[in-house]
Design a binder for this molecule. Structure first.
Ligand code: ZN
Length: 213
């Protein structure tokens, strides 16, 4: 390819993004050639600030500007319920429904042996630690993984870990952490689809119709 080096390097950067093939990468790069310089600089600035100005909340691992994030810092949220989701975008989708007033825990993915993603690549250990060392008691954990194979495998894994934790806590001091309710989002979510694409009404119904898992 006899393209100028800067164009070539931009195309290569685009190709590394999910869902972008070589053709799209070329199209995007050539499109940007026609965009005014100020706009390009704004774009570049956003890219440079992306990681510099964001942190992971040390409680729920959501992406935020501050640690703890506004949801964890909010005194009006119900701290006894934790909704476990795969991605930060799922938090956004659930918040839009206005039907959930508890806290979240973001795993940043799902267990997927095909893609070499095991439990250790996700923030599952942190969830267990959070429950084990909680100051105020947590009475319910909602497993809101995507309704697909990876989501199901992740939910099963977490359920087992939580039951182990409940048994240990139960043997230490009877009943104190031994009656943790584990629920899964209700039916109606389209199977195989991602939570973030579900519409608000379906999602709100899924929260209200959650069942013991
Ligand atoms: Zn948080």
């Amino acid at each position: 390819m006899n393209l100028p080096r800067s164009l070539r390097s931009l195309i290569e950067s685009f190709e590394k993004l999910p869902g972008i093939g070589p053709k799209t990468a070329q199209r995007l790069a050539f499109y940007l050639l026609h965009v005014p310089q100020e706009q390009l600089e704004e774009f570049a600035q956003s890219l440079q600030n992306l990681k510099k100005n964001t942190v992971l909340c040390s409680i729920c691992y959501n992406v935020a500007e501050k640690d703890p994030c506004p949801i964890c810092a909010d005194q009006n949220r119900d701290k006894s319920v934790i909704c476990v989701v795969e991605q930060p975008l799922d938090v956004l989708a659930l918040e839009k429904t206005g039907h959930f007033k508890g806290l979240y825990h973001v795993l940043h993915g799902a267990i997927s042996p095909l893609n070499n993603i095991g439990p250790d690549e996700l923030y599952i250990k942190q969830l267990i630690q959070r429950l084990a060392s909680n100051v105020s008691p947590i009475t319910e954990v909602i497993l809101a993984m995507n309704p697909n194979m990876e989501g199901e495998a992740t939910a099963m894994y977490i359920k087992k870990e939580l039951e182990k934790l409940s048994r240990e806590a139960g043997s230490r001091s009877a009943g104190e952490n031994g009656n943790l309710k584990i629920t899964r989002l209700g039916q109606g979510l389209p199977t195989g689809a991602d939570l973030e694409y579900a519409d608000e009404i379906t999602l709100a119904r899924a929260i209200e119709g959650r069942k013991e898992f």
